[in-house]
Design a protein around this ligand. Structure first.
Ligand SMILES: [Zn+2]
Length: 61
């Protein structure tokens, strides 16, 4: 039953592919998002250890 809760939470945060470099978990919240012409930069903070990660989303086509 608790597994279901974790799954839906992961889908909610859209962070399935991102693994925390601090504690190895997959749960983040987004601190900020910046949109540039061809890319989007996001700062994500781990819910468990608080480590910050930056992700870049690029347009490839
Ligand atoms: Zn962490």
């Amino acid at each position: 039953m608790s597994n279901k809760m974790v799954l839906s939470e992961m889908q909610h945060t859209q962070s399935k592919g991102l693994e925390c470099l601090g504690c190895g978990c997959y749960q983040f919240y987004t601190a900020w998002t910046r949109h540039y012409k061809n890319r989007t930069v996001r700062s994500k903070v781990c819910r468990h250890c608080g480590r910050k990660h930056q992700t870049v989303e690029r347009v490839v086509k």
